[in-house]
Design a protein around this ligand. Structure first.
Ligand code: DCP
Ligand code: CA
Length: 668
């Protein structure tokens, strides 16, 4: 039966039959919900993903009407396309020239750029012609991303109830379990008492609810064994509460910042992420537990988080199919034999909608990279130095966002990568700990590293240069710091004031961004990477397939025992850091969140399968599927639960004037 309609209440006033008084869930599950346990069968996870993010940023910045087709241009390519433009068949694989033919009314807004010799990024009308002398800046989108994240966090209760994981520049996961637990206890007093006889395995009383109002949510059709006449149980109610929370968050983002986003609400990250992409733009999809099998059966499994890349290819090769429906028929033993025990198990679970990965709020940026591919290649030290000036300014401004001026965090190492033909050379240096970190410090160090490359010989022509900082350490604001880098008391204040003054004088955009947003997390969009080829060349390569610039933030090689200006001459790529085998399937990410206390696996730095095959890397035991038994069919109704309607939807306001730094010429 289709579930596009909400549950219907056939006899709201009738009493539940005595047979149906017990829930499938027990008091122990309620307790697990309050602790956001990843195996809790009542768990509720949301994934929020901004619609056509960079394109929306430009539309909001420029005050462009919502129905106007717009694409964000990077040199001759397109990197984001709004939904009105997608109706004309535009996508990321076509050039700007082709796009304009398909949609003559298209606004193409070039991304902001750093220009050689400048100390600040800007929007420039002629950027698309100046690839050789300019470099893309994604700072405008990072700024908007931070505002959105702050808005989401403000709309939620404080930690530890709040659990928000920034997954990319325009995506977050929310674990709503603990918040939903407290709402449940308020709204359903029958749940608040202790378990009878203190036995946590006692089933909960059945909800006195027969009809749930899903508002405008896109509900996924139910599994064949389920009908809309089946009474809801607590998992349905939890997901409904989750969908209310998410709807309010989306409305707040829209009202405060004017962005639309899509969301998925489900019992885990895997399903929530599939849900958010299900109905785009500006919609949220609810995947109820009893709709999971039906929902998943329509997908290619390569759409599942972590199954999109090399692992997905391996599974296709092994099983001769790319559909979930067919993979369900492949025995566990076959998957284990072909992929290794842990990976096989993970794939087996994933296609059944099982995923116990946690929402990790402690992701923090671990490194930052600024890079440029030169076409044509560059041939002189002075030219390279001019680019290093830009890279240093770019990285320093991002370090400021990370809180270096307030001693919140500070990078330990600086790395220079230089590519000539097929050869990449890397040099690194420790960043001095005494005193304040400055752009000049980074620049001078970088220049020294480039000089070393040149001294080694065969530096020209250079096709790619990149500078990165890594090894971020947490500092402590005040007088107690780790290591000697902390600046103390009055010195810190003076330094901060002087940097701000400097920023104001030079119109430094980063100073404007010091706007009190508490969070400094800023991973970029996760990209699918080849897990068996962990080299940094992957990031460059991947990016360069479609784009000119590498704006990624790969982690530099570990440099724990750095000699002064250490050198890794003629290194083909930075070496991957030895890491413990992941206990769970990998996250394919090119951003570098570190996660404490249990870091998510970072397969881009590791050969995936050999590690996953390691028996020592067993995933946490999987709870039995009997957590989610089917309900017996019973149509008894009692009363209807109503959750207050959200405020009416606000429409995007048109902005009459162009924002500062806008490129107006293309605005029609
Ligand atoms: N992006 C990019 N290059 C890519 C993919 C994405 O520069 N190959 C940037 C531009 C996007 C942003 O990241 O706006 C977010 O990526 P998404 O994949 O989420 O795509 P959009 O947000 O643009 O569209 P959607 O509405 O499909 O999420
Ligand atoms: Ca998006």
């Amino acid at each position: 039966m289709s579930s596009s309609q909400p549950f219907l209440s056939s006899s709201p006033s009738s009493l539940p039959s005595p047979r149906r008084k017990k829930s499938r869930f027990a008091y122990k599950h309620l307790a697990a919900l309050s602790q956001s346990q990843t195996t809790c069968p009542l768990r509720v996870i949301a994934h929020i993903d901004l619609d056509a993010f960079y394109a929306q940023c430009e539309m909001v910045r420029l005050g462009i009407p919502e129905d106007q087709p717009l694409a964000v241009q990077q040199w001759q390519g397109l990197i984001a396309i709004n939904y009105p433009a997608r109706k004309f068949g535009l996508n990321r694989h076509i050039t700007s020239t082709e796009a304009q033919k398909l949609c003559p009314d298209l606004i193409m807004q070039h991304v902001a750029t750093w220009q050689e010799g400048d100390d600040k990024w800007a929007y420039r009308e002629d950027s698309f012609k100046n690839m050789a002398s300019q470099k893309v800046s994604l700072d405008p989108y990072r700024l908007e991303s931070r505002k959105i994240l702050a808005t989401i966090k403000e709309a939620l209760p404080p930690a530890p109830i709040q659990r928000v994981e920034k997954a990319s520049i325009d995506e977050v996961f929310l674990d709503l379990s603990a918040q939903i637990h407290s709402i449940l206890l308020q709204r359903y007093p029958e749940l608040s008492g202790p378990a009878p006889y203190d036995d946590p395995t006692t089933p909960l009383p059945r909800p006195l609810t027969t009809a749930l109002d899903w508002h405008t949510d896109a509900l996924v059709d139910l599994d064949a064994s389920q009908t809309e006449d089946d009474d809801p149980d607590w998992d349905d109610i939890c997901i409904l509460l989750g969908s209310e929370i998410v709807r309010r968050i989306r409305q707040t983002i829209r009202a405060k910042l004017n962005y639309t986003c899509s969301a998925g609400v489900a019992r885990n990250k895997l399903l929530a992420k599939l849900g958010s992409g299900h109905q785009k733009p500006n919609a949220q999809t609810v995947v109820r537990n009893r709709a999971i099998a039906q929902f998943l059966s329509s997908f290619k499994f390569t759409k599942i988080r972590n199954l999109g890349g090399k692992l997905g290819d391996e599974v296709v090769a092994l099983c001769g199919t790319d559909t979930v429906a067919e993979l369900l028929g492949v025995p566990l033993e076959t998957l284990k034999r072909g992929l290794g025990d842990d990976t096989g198990m993970w794939v087996y679970n994933a296609v059944r909608g099982e995923d116990y990965s946690e929402v990790n709020p402690r992701t923090q940026i671990k490194s930052m990279l600024s890079a440029k591919s030169f076409r044509p290649a560059i041939n002189a030290f002075e030219v390279g130095v001019r680019w290093l000036r830009i890279f240093a300014a770019d990285i320093f401004s991002r370090c400021v966002e990370e809180g270096v001026l307030e001693n919140k965090r500070r990078p330990r190492t600086l790395n220079l990568h230089h590519r000539q033909g097929a050869q990449t050379r890397s040099k690194s240096a420790p960043i001095p700990r005494g005193g304040a970190l400055s752009e000049e410090t980074l620049f001078e160090l970088a220049r020294g590293l480039l000089a070393q490359v040149v001294a080694d010989g065969r530096a020209w022509p250079c096709a790619n240069l990149s500078l990165s900082v890594g090894g971020f350490e947490d500092g402590v604001v005040g007088n107690k710091g780790i290591g000697g880098f902390l600046v103390r008391g009055e010195e810190a204040k003076a330094m901060l004031a002087s940097e701000r003054m400097n920023a104001a004088v030079h119109g430094d955009a980063e100073a404007e961004e010091e706007d009190g947003e508490g969070e400094r997390e800023r991973p970029l969009k996760r990209r699918k990477l080849r897990p068996d080829n962990p080299s940094i060349a992957n990031f460059f390569g991947k990016r360069e397939e479609s784009k000119d610039e590498s704006e990624l933030e790969p982690e530099p090689e570990p440099l724990d025992h750095l000699p002064n200006l250490s050198s890794s001459k003629a290194a083909p790529t930075p070496a991957p850091e030895p890491t413990k085998p992941p206990p769970r399937p990998p996250q394919t990410t090119s951003t570098l969140p570190s996660s404490a206390p249990s870091p998510p696996p970072r397969p881009r730095r590791l050969p995936l399968l050999p590690l996953l095959r390691n028996p020592a890397s067993s995933p946490p035991p999987r709870p039995p599927l009997s957590h989610h038994p089917h309900l017996p069919n019973n149509k008894t109704r009692t009363h209807q639960t109503r959750i207050p309607h959200p405020p009416p939807h606000r429409h995007r306001k048109r902005r009459p004037t162009l924002a500062p730094n806008a490129t107006a010429s293309q605005f029609r």
